[in-house]
Design a protein around this ligand. Structure first.
Ligand SMILES: N[C@@H](CCC[C@H](N)C(=O)O)C(=O)O
Length: 278
């Protein structure tokens, strides 16, 4: 089964054109459920390895170009994925399914996108975020102040003074599973201002259950929180991700229009071997 691997700021994804239902036929043939298929294919070393897997499907509304199903590497399905959406648009652009202006269906709603530089950059308009909410959590016996905001998926944003010295894995995990956010949990972003229009961010990602090199909806959450908290004063906000690639976030005052812009790279194309599932 043919697939492509693409990455946006180091957040990497396996993409499969499933408009003919080939994945469902293959999983039935192999006797594995869809979740097991995702986990096996996303597994590093024994599988292809990626933060997530994206299936491209026919749209339910013919005015949209496609529908997608997004899965984290642990097999959990998520409503939205900022970097994954940029990779999906580029994948469909290369397939000839879309041209410069794109609309596609996600569990978070219809996402609009624009292909730039012949697919080497993609700009997506995220769904309007939820109202940011200040929260103070008790984590490992100490108070932690942050802001909860849903930018297509849930994020808790924690401003810190020393991002490099932050225990992203330990603190991130504790917050991700904190009772405040159950049952679904949340992604966790630690941010540090760099200049009037730039922040650095590190993200512990729900469903990957680790720090990733970038998270598009997380970078967006971090940029919005940095701006409303006065940590940055200019827009668009540049976000330096863990991969050191930049994501550009712009948004209006009312948070009705939010844009995520960044590079997309096709890493390779290949064919899955059934031996992944042995
Ligand atoms: N990396 C993604 C977020 C993917 C979903 C997230 N892990 C979740 O389950 O909420 C992004 O770029 O936004």
């Amino acid at each position: 089964m043919d697939f492509a691997k693409l990455q946006g700021s180091g957040n990497d994804f396996i993409l499969i054109d499933n408009r003919d239902g080939r994945v469902y036929k293959k999983t039935e043939e192999l006797g594995v459920c869809l979740k097991e298929f995702v986990v096996k294919v996303c597994e590093p070393h024994k599988g292809v390895g990626a933060d997530g897997l994206i299936l491209i499907e026919e749209p339910e509304d013919s005015s949209n170009h496609f529908r997608w199903q997004f899965f984290n590497s642990d097999g959990s399905e998520a409503e939205m994925c900022g970097n994954g959406s940029r990779c999906a648009v580029r994948f469909c652009y290369d397939l000839g399914i879309v041209d410069k202006y794109v609309k596609f269906e996600t569990l978070a709603g219809v996402i609009k996108a624009e292909v730039l530089e012949d697919g080497k950059r993609v700009k997506v308009q995220l769904t309007p975020p939820s109202e940011p909410v200040d929260k103070t959590l008790l984590v490992d016996g100490r108070e932690l102040k942050g802001v909860f905001i849903n930018t297509g998926v849930p994020h808790f944003v924690v401003p810190v003074d020393n991002l490099e010295g932050t225990d992203v894995r330990g603190l991130g995990r504790a917050i991700r599973f904190h009772e405040e956010f159950q049952p679904k949990g949340t992604n966790v972003n630690f941010i540090e201002p760099v200049s009037a229009d730039t922040i650095k961010v590190r993200t512990y990602e729900r469903g990957v259950e680790s720090e990733t090199l970038a998270c598009g909806t997380g970078a967006t959450a971090g940029a919005i929180v940095a701006y409303i908290k006065g940590l940055v004063s200019k827009k668009p906000v540049k976000v330096v991700t863990r991969s050191e690639e930049l994501l550009i976030i712009d948004f209006d005052k009312e948070l009705k229009e939010v844009f995520l812009n960044g590079s997309v790279y096709k890493v390779f194309e290949g064919t899955l071997s059934y031996e992944i599932f042995l």
